[in-house]
Ligand binder design. Structure first.
Ligand SMILES: [Zn+2]
Length: 342
């Protein structure tokens, strides 16, 4: 009996050991799965955040919506968007019949950019300087090598009298564009994808880029600073905040109301941006009148929102009289959003 009992107890122990081993293995497997899963999420976040920074929207493949990481919400948001439709497929003069029409379309959008600088001139002393430095803009097109100013027979006189050009890039250059719109020092031009832009997105992002053009024009050290350096980021902070002021003015304060509402949800800036839900981005679309906008535009405006929520969130935590701590915190927000999230 004793022996039997002993044997039974040994068998029982064995079973117990086996169960413990299986449970341990199972827990390890679950742990590994979640850690891999979160790595994938982070990688997706990073790529999407990079897209945010450089403006090239990636079509999301991960449709996991269980978390509230903004990138996941951005993915959901992108799912209802289509890739941008270009009105400019190639260089205008390659399309003899359409040439005038294409140049006129570029001209029309360039005038909207010009109008933006005047419309937003009272937002800050810098906005005023941008508007007075660049009262007229050149309408140019990218031919794969350089920018070429082209004008229709009606607008011909305007060419070459400008200090800053808006250069529309054709579809064939899409994958070579580091961003849907960016300032290119070498050409003294703001390069912009030749696709359809909702007016407010076009005008507010253009104001941001024209701000970089002004810094270059004035030989500011920040205009030549290496990407990622404090000086470089300080210029970006100014431009993102200027862009936000423009959107806020155009929406009669509704943009900052949305930003404040999101920032109020948490003390920590990362938690605040993680609280962004699809409804917030739908509101954002309404504010920009961008419901039918492309993934590329959606990426730009949602990434801008994430950055501004981050800034607003650290502003709440740090007293405004502690300017250098606040600036450092904003640099950190920008760095993390553009290098990890973005
Ligand atoms: Zn910028």
């Amino acid at each position: 009996m004793k022996k039997k009992n002993q044997s039974r107890s040994i068998t029982g122990k064995r079973i117990l050991y086996i169960v413990v081993i299986f449970v341990t293995l199972g827990l390890c497997a679950i742990g590994l799965f979640y850690s891999e899963h979160s790595k994938v999420k982070n990688r997706v976040s990073v790529s999407s955040a990079t897209a945010a920074e450089n403006g090239t929207a990636e079509i999301p493949t991960d449709t996991d919506t269980s978390g509230k990481i903004p990138i996941q919400v951005q993915q959901q948001y992108f799912l209802n968007k289509l890739p941008a439709q270009y009105w400019l497929v190639g260089f205008p003069t390659d399309y003899h019949d359409l040439q005038e029409k294409l140049i006129a379309k570029g001209e029309e959008l360039t005038r909207k950019c010009e109008e933006a600088l005047q419309k937003f001139r009272d937002l800050s002393p810098q906005a005023k300087e941008i508007a007075s430095t660049f009262p007229k803009l050149g309408n140019a097109f990218f031919n794969g090598v350089t920018t070429v100013q082209l004008t229709t027979s009606l607008t011909g006189l305007r060419a070459s009298q400008t200090q800053l050009q808006v250069c529309w890039t054709p579809q064939f250059w899409h994958n070579r564009m580091p961003a849907s719109m960016y300032y290119e020092r070498a050409f003294h031009a703001v390069l912009a994808c030749g696709f359809d832009w909702p007016e407010l997105a076009l005008q507010s992002v253009f104001l941001h880029e024209a701000g970089h053009a002004l810094c270059h024009h004035q030989n500011e050290m920040s205009a030549f600073a290496p990407p990622g350096s404090d000086l470089y980021i300080d210029e970006e902070i100014v431009m993102h905040e200027l862009e936000a002021l423009a959107v806020n003015q155009a929406t009669s304060g509704k943009y900052f109301a949305l930003v404040s509402e999101i920032a109020a949800r948490a003390d920590d800036w990362k938690q605040a941006i993680s609280s962004i839900i699809l409804d917030d981005l739908k509101k954002l679309d309404e504010l920009y009148q961008a419901q039918g906008a492309s993934q590329e535009v959606a990426d730009l405006i949602s990434s801008q929102l994430i950055i501004i929520v981050g800034f607003k969130s650290v502003e709440k935590q740090i007293p405004t009289n502690d300017a250098s701590t606040l600036q450092n915190a904003k640099r950190e927000v920008y760095r993390q959003i553009t290098s990890q999230y973005s």
